[in-house]
Design a binder for this molecule. Structure first.
Ligand SMILES: Nc1ncnc2c1ncn2[C@@H]1O[C@H](COP(=O)(O)OP(=O)(O)OP(=O)(O)O)[C@@H](O)[C@H]1O
Ligand SMILES: Nc1nc2c(ncn2[C@@H]2O[C@H](COP(=O)(O)O)[C@@H](O)[C@H]2O)c(=O)[nH]1
Length: 402
């Protein structure tokens, strides 16, 4: 490493005099970004169950409570904070497991700048830091009744450890066999509209008279499980996902004819006559857009189901003798219960101490943040983590964790 720590984070665990007239609860950190001071974990938390944020604007001398986007870390016994790239604050949470320990509060990233324009307020966005990469999600679109669900079920059945389904939200009523949380998150319109307003959705659209949407959490839950995410969404949704720069493979499934499509929809027997007619009317426009809009990387015809499935597997690199990726096993280290953070170039050093009777141990966790990717909305990926055990008798061992 060769360099002294650039700076140590304000470690304000034991109460402090803020100088801002802020009443401390003892778990705040202060981080300056330009002429703003971000107080994380302050007394004016918007929720008792998650970490709160307040901003002190030095140019106006005023406190601002920002709009907070993204899934927030739960309240914790304390945290350390350090500014990264002038646009995000890296937070390490005390007493949490390694997979829930590193979070990023984006304060001036491109995403946050865009959201500030939309909301017309101060905006910050949480993003959880995770190690490793997720494979590109697969977006599957096509008119209602073409066989998207059938093909996805075949894929998930054959490769259960490889693919995970992005469970959408919808305001439509469940069909007979559909289970909440498995096929869809069945939701009231006002609840979904409120969640959309709060930036919880990667995309949403009004489809055949109901609201459907992919929450950021739905995709990240699959990626966190180490599986490749499959989205079954309509053409409007696929267009939004493309526009939101989600790096995915976009596949459009086409029926052999409108007559065949109608037969499949009728044979499925899940819609009323009125709904079938509506879905068929919408199908014509969807097929036209699917073929011509440039959204899709591949078009597959679902005439013979087995052939179409073979072609789909081929596209996803699963044809012939392609090796089947198994989920990598994840390594574990002791969670940092008491720690401080320092910064050396692109490396963050988390210094954890554990005191057991007759044995004082120190762990250093080195986070390499030079190749971060993603970020809000979603997860910040590409964290490289190494753990070093330093016992009283010196260096004990270095473990690669990602
Ligand atoms: N190649 C095929 N040949 C004949 N029937 C098919 C074929 N593919 C799917 N089907 C049948 O067509 C019906 C519709 O398929 P499925 O429900 O998978 O469509 P979908 O595209 O997911 O529709 P939606 O968008 O409305 O959810 C089902 O009854 C299914 O068994
Ligand atoms: N834009 C989105 N479209 C979605 C989503 N989830 C499903 N869908 C599409 O809706 C229609 C109808 O589905 P059904 O289950 O009522 O038959 C179909 O084309 C799906 O692809 C979503 O999250 N976003």
């Amino acid at each position: 490493m060769g360099e002294a720590p650039a700076f140590f984070v304000d470690n304000l665990q034991n109460g402090f005099s803020t100088g801002f007239g802020l009443k401390s609860k003892g778990f705040e950190t202060f981080t300056d970004v330009g002429d703003k001071t971000f107080v994380i974990g302050g007394a004016n938390c918007d929720s008792a169950s998650s970490v709160g944020i307040q901003i002190y604007d030095k140019s106006t001398g005023k406190w601002v409570i920002p709009t907070v986007l993204g899934t927030k870390p739960k309240t914790c016994k304390g945290h350390s904070a350090i500014l990264l790239n002038e646009d995000r604050i890296m937070i390490s949470i005390r007493g949490s497991t390694l997979d829930d320990c590193i979070w990023f509060l984006e304060v001036d990233t491109e995403y946050v700048k865009e959201q500030k324009k939309d909301f017309g307020t101060e905006v910050v966005a949480w993003s959880k830091g995770v190690t490793g990469e997720a494979e590109k999600p697969v977006v599957i679109s096509g008119p209602s009744g073409v066989g998207k669900g059938t093909l996805i079920n075949m894929l998930m059945k054959e490769f259960p450890s490889m693919f995970g389904f992005s469970v959408s939200h919808t305001t439509r009523a469940p069909r007979g066999m559909e289970k909440n949380g498995v096929h869809y998150h069945f939701t009231e319109r006002n609840v979904m509209e409120n969640d959309i307003k709060h930036g919880k959705f990667l995309e949403f659209a009004s489809v055949h008279g109901n609201l459907y949407g992919t929450s950021i959490e739905a995709i990240e839950a699959v990626a966190d499980s180490g599986k490749r995410c499959i989205l079954d969404i309509d053409v409007q949704g696929a267009r939004s996902v493309r526009a939101n720069y989600l790096d995915a493979v976009f596949i459009f499934i086409c029926p052999p004819s409108m007559r065949e499509l109608e037969e499949r929809l009728r044979a499925r027997g899940t819609e009323t006559e009125e709904q079938i007619l509506k879905r068929l009317r919408n199908a014509e426009a969807e097929i036209e857009q699917g073929k011509s809009s440039g959204i899709f990387d591949y078009i597959l015809y679902n005439d013979n189901l087995e052939e179409c499935y073979e072609n789909l597997m081929e596209l996803l690199g699963l044809g012939g003798s392609a090796p089947i990726n198994q989920k990598p096993s994840s390594k574990v280290i002791d969670p940092p219960s008491n720690h401080s953070v320092s910064k050396i170039n692109n490396k963050m050093v988390i210094n954890c101490e554990t005191k057991e009777v007759g044995n004082e141990a120190k762990n250093l966790i080195i986070l390499d943040v030079s190749s971060l990717r993603g970020g809000a909305p979603g997860r910040t990926r590409g964290l490289n983590i190494h753990a070093i055990d330093l016992f009283s008798d010196g260096l004990n061992g270095i473990h690669e964790l990602s």
